[in-house]
Design a protein around this ligand. Sequence first.
Ligand SMILES: Nc1nc2c(ncn2[C@@H]2O[C@H](COP(=O)(O)OP(=O)(O)O)[C@@H](O)[C@H]2O)c(=O)[nH]1
Ligand SMILES: [Mg+2]
Length: 265
Amino acid sequence: MAPFRPGSASSSPLLEIVVPAYNEERRISEGLLRLCAKLAGMPFPSAVVVVDNNSTDATAEIVRARPPSVVPVTLTQCQVPGKGAAVRTGLLRTRAPLVGFCDADMATDLDTIDVAVGLLLCGERVVVGSRAHPFSEVDNRHSRVRELGAAVFRRLARVIVPGVSDTQCGFKFFDGPLVREVATGLRTPGFTFDVELLARCAERDAVLREIPVRWRDMPGSRFSPARHSAGILLELGRIWLALRHEARAAARPLREHPLDPVGSP
Ligand SMILES: Nc1nc2c(ncn2[C@@H]2O[C@H](COP(=O)(O)OP(=O)(O)O)[C@@H](O)[C@H]2O)c(=O)[nH]1
Ligand SMILES: [Mg+2]
């Protein structure tokens, strides 16, 4: 990454943040207000990319109708349903050297962006907000059923991404070129995409650096244990199989082509 010089004339963003949003008319306005206020106070240019999935409510109109601000907010539509597909679309739209994503409800305290950007500028490539970090402060009002499901999910996810104790916090920051390269090959459309994203970053020898967050459960979650649990388990299984298949294929020695002359290099 080219070194960043504070005060340099360039207005191209150093940091771009992707916000997936589906039927978020109740939360997106305040969420973007808080995010833009935070970014406007940082000593470098930044931008926000909201990715909608053809919401059936006023989400898109609310984003389009925002008055111009110091921090530009653009709206992109993703035709493939799901948070994973939306985040992938957003990541591929970015150009900045540093890239992150966070949820429309801004459940993670935005001051954590300072920590994430600081670490990236010091050379970290993947910074993962983690509610399981011993120094995190988590105000969790999830139901017992969701808590139990989350515990099972964490155990299974750890098989695919060892060393990360919370893959699902919607607050992750990356070296831009790395995450764009990884996003190109992402296949998981739903909520489990974080697991594939982190596993593919780790495949490229990136250290996954978990940081503590202050996280507050916000009302209006789109996640329903009853509706989404089976799909999530299926997605986890698919990710595990795909990664295992790819690792085996990569380890297999290249067979000589039958038309190559014997002994040719
Ligand atoms: N574009 C898009 N965003 C989604 C979709 N599903 C969830 N999201 C977004 O993903 C983020 C996290 O969702 P949320 O309902 O807060 O889930 P929770 O925090 O895990 O309970 C929010 O910004 C949602 O709008 C989807 O299908 N498409
Ligand atoms: Mg949420």
